[in-house]
Design a protein around this ligand. Sequence first.
Ligand code: PGA
Length: 255
Amino acid sequence: MEVVVKESYEEMSKLSAELIAEVIRRKPRAVLGLATGSTPLGTYKELIRLHKQEGLDFSRVITFNLDEYVGLVHGHPQSYHYFMSENLFKHINVNPKNVHVPDGTAKDIPGFCRWYEEQIVKTGGLDLQLLGIGSNGHIAFNEPGSSLGSRTRIKTLDDKTRQDNARFFKNMNEVPKYAITMGIGTIMDARQLILLANGAGKADAILKTCEGPITAIVPATIVQLHPKATIIIDKQAATKLTREYPAEPRVLVLA
Ligand code: PGA
């Protein structure tokens, strides 16, 4: 695991987009695991720029999103289907057939989760998984206490997560209580991980993730066990770290 501290959110986003772009350039049929939330927005903006200005080609790229709220229809403005379409997919040349976002409206959720896992395996597995981190240390919607070997499944959202995400809904009652999420085992099977965090609100979770013991109570700490993980953070998220970390990764391409 490598920790990289950038001066700003913009620089952090540029580096993460460049690492993703390099995977696509080396393997045009790359299988990417994508994340939602405010953190990856800068990365997506930069990937869109690379597509429009430098011809980064997504035509053969396959994507799998980490998670989705249960019960929100795909067109709901807070659904992750909508988020991905608005913030990335509609601006690049990805083939809609190659896009996978968990279906929060599935009638048979356990069946859907098994199918999702099978699809990831069928495509050859995730080449790179992009991750944010919750202020409670969650990755995707694997909340504190999640099994470190878990697979795609339905999870009850933590109160803290619902409060953090309430800003996107009219009131707390509207915030979904359940989500479908890739498991921690699913995420750890990816050949490369990038975990992003910015802002002081993530400083505690980042301290535990980078320097704390591995524990299911802080699911992101599992990243310490991944052989090709890069944690890219801005200065504010780094304020509680006790060690010095570089501003550039040792090798730009880890895959
Ligand atoms: P955020 O969410 O990017 O909106 O802070 C991250 C997460 O909850 O994983």
